[in-house]
Ligand binder design. Structure first.
Ligand SMILES: Nc1ncnc2c1ncn2[C@@H]1O[C@H](COP(=O)(O)OP(=O)(O)O)[C@@H](O)[C@H]1O
Ligand SMILES: [Mg+2]
Length: 265
């Protein structure tokens, strides 16, 4: 049991709406954990509060033993929790290589003085970043686009570039907000394969996603939110057969869900 992220009794209201009503969960180091739930159940609020993009009312967030509750987003990122966004944020005019080089410099200890003087520290930082970037690009299956402008890539591939950029500073965990929303169904599998490969290489992910098949294929553990509360938690198989989850999230009876899963298989 080694939780890299521990969220305890997180609460957040907007003008009387309890978006989060005391949510607790943990993410194990090296795992892929899914956060699912119907629209309005509090998923976005949860990851916004965890990553410092939203102020929580109460509750605690601990990352690798360090209390990061209430820190500003850039300090949380520096502490090792990175996130990707639903809208892709990459430099489309720059190559994949340059996108990742820029991502590396974000938290780089080398200063502009180091860069100007081309100090040993600067060269070492650049060399290390290049090794990391090449590893990541291999793992996400985009090696052939190394020197290519990222603007020509498909939407799904751009999402992978944003993910690789988030991974450049060796975060302890990456939180992904709907990684396959808006991605062409034929490309969803590419993202799934990339995330699985990155996870095998040791990366830890917390994924908010609507696509149940995607979550089922990828996640070791799934947390289900409903109306700002944790409704259930377990393996994907456990979640799939939990009548409360089926009703709240899928709006299905167990029989309907089973038929659906047979259809998907
Ligand atoms: N900025 C906001 N102002 C007011 N209400 C909000 C705001 N953001 C979210 N909510 C409300 O909080 C609840 C949870 O929303 P959200 O976290 O976006 O859920 P999800 O991401 O699961 O769809 C919903 O009832 C939503 O209407
Ligand atoms: Mg949302």
């Amino acid at each position: 049991m080694s939780a890299i992220l521990q969220v305890t009794e997180l609460r957040k209201s907007y003008a009387g709406v309890h978006a989060l009503d005391g949510v607790s969960f943990a993410v194990e180091a090296g795992s892929v954990t899914g956060l699912i739930g119907p629209n309005g159940s509090g998923k976005s609020t949860a990851i916004d509060c965890i990553s410092g993009f939203q102020k929580r009312d109460s509750g605690e967030v601990v990352l690798a033993g360090n209390d990061i509750t209430g820190l500003p987003a850039h300090q949380i990122a520096r502490a090792g929790l990175m996130r990707t966004f639903q809208t892709v944020r990459i430099y489309e005019r720059l190559s994949l290589r340059d996108n990742l080089a820029i991502a590396a410099q974000q938290f780089d200890p080398a200063t502009w003085i180091d860069e100007f003087l081309r100090t040993r520290r600067y060269r070492q930082a650049v060399d290390k970043a290049e090794v990391r970037a090449r590893e990541l690009v291999e793992l996400i299956g985009l090696k052939r686009y190394w020197e290519i402008e990222t603007g020509i890539l498909s939407y799904g591939q751009k999402k992978l570039v944003a993910l690789a950029a988030a991974l450049m500073p060796h975060p302890k965990i990456v939180v992904l907000d709907e990684p396959v929303a808006g991605v062409n169904p034929t490309r969803i599998r590419e993202i799934e394969v990339a995330l699985a490969a990155l996870n095998r290489a040791g990366e830890t992910f917390l994924i908010v996603e609507h696509n149940v098949e995607f979550i089922t294929n990828l996640c070791h553990r799934v947390i289900v939110l409903d109306q700002g509360k944790k409704l259930a938690e377990g393996t994907a198989a456990e979640i799939h057969t939990d009548p409360r989850v089926l009703e709240a999230y899928l709006g299905m009876t167990p029989e309907m869900a089973e038929a659906e899963m047979r259809g998907a298989a």
